[in-house]
Design a protein around this ligand. Structure first.
Ligand code: SF4
Length: 324
């Protein structure tokens, strides 16, 4: 088992080169018989995560956030791990770089046939990347199933609220507006009964105060889809998609009927097309790499300015460059 950590800025040793840090991982996993073989494997790993081989001699401070995370990915896959746990691997990155790193993870996972446990709060990324989804609240698994099952009704009330909280920029979709009231209870001192009962709007539909007194059973919704909830089949059957395509609004806005809609999370329609092979990620890679290159140039320039200043004995504010 290997891990890709959330914050790429703290996971690399600042005083070692990128190459030596990957080689260290290879040594730990007994990959390669000698130094030459391990160096060759390290260069192949740089190829795998789409970084130039010249990065071998760079220190982490000379890399952008996305590039650092690519090194984290290279280390995670260095020992041919069977399972990789990716803990919010893109949440600390810019949105454009997030797309490139997500694509990279999917590419490598498919290529190496590795099982990946992807932990995220971003349900749009989850819908894009996952085959099966497990929704957790206060340490309880409240719902699990295939991606299509989780993103279509019937939902667990917490999943429904999560879906309604996702911003979607398409004006021709209508979204249920669900506001959760009440504080999040402490996981150290969870409420009695259902863990979600202090904030659940459906609680009043369950008789005999069951939600407040008894932990709900794991309800089988069919096809491996389960939900930790007391709601009856009748109530579940009446649940509507959180996000729907508004035909009238679309017609008013002049959006053609055959325009692609419903690819957002929570919509009961067709799921997003997952990329098929490396070519599908070329555009995201190109955007991500451009942003990363710009970041790296800015960062290098800052270091040069600081070095020049310290040689000249000039004190300046930390950030002497500007982004345009
Ligand atoms: S068991 Fe009750 S409180 Fe818990 S999610 Fe279901 S309806 Fe809401």
């Amino acid at each position: 088992i290997q891990m890709v950590f959330q914050n790429p800025f703290d996971t690399l040793n600042p005083s070692h080169t990128v190459g030596s840090q990957i080689i260290r991982t290879l040594e730990k996993f007994n990959v390669g018989k000698n130094v030459a073989e391990r160096r060759q494997r390290m260069l192949e790993l740089l190829d795998l995560v789409k970084l130039p081989r010249a990065f071998e001699t760079r220190k982490p401070r000379q890399l952008s956030g996305g590039q650092k995370q690519r090194i984290g990915v290279a280390r995670a896959f260095a020992g041919d791990a069977k399972v990789v746990v990716a803990d919010e691997p893109v949440s600390a990155l810019d949105v454009s770089v997030q797309a490139a790193v997500t694509e990279l993870l999917m590419d490598i996972q498919r290529k190496n046939k590795t099982t990946m446990l992807f932990i995220s709060h971003d349900l749009s990324v989850v819908r894009y990347i996952a085959d099966r989804v497990v929704v957790m609240y206060l340490g309880y698994i409240v719902e699990q199933g295939t991606t299509d099952q989780i993103f279509s009704p019937p939902y667990h009330p917490y999943t429904e609220a999560l879906l309604s909280a996702i911003p979607i920029a398409d004006t021709s979709v209508v979204k249920k507006h669900i506001v959760l009231e009440g504080d999040i209870p402490s996981a150290m001192n969870p409420p009695t009964g259902c863990p979600f009962q202090t904030r659940c709007g459906y609680k009043k539909l369950v008789p005999d105060n069951l939600c407040e007194t008894k932990v709900p059973p794991v309800k089988n919704l069919g096809g491996g889809h389960t939900s930790l909830c007391w709601l009856s089949d009748d109530v579940l059957a009446k649940m509507e998609p959180v996000i729907k395509f508004d035909k009238e609004h679309a017609a008013h806005e002049g959006v053609p009927d055959d325009a692609p809609h419903g690819v957002g999370p929570g919509f009961a329609g067709a799921p997003p097309q997952r990329p098929d092979g490396k070519n599908a990620s070329a555009e995201a890679d190109a955007i991500g790499e451009r942003v990363e290159e710009n970041d790296a140039v800015l960062k290098a320039r800052r270091h040069e300015v600081r070095d020049e200043d310290s040689e000249a004995g000039v004190a300046r504010p930390k950030d002497t460059t500007r982004r345009h």
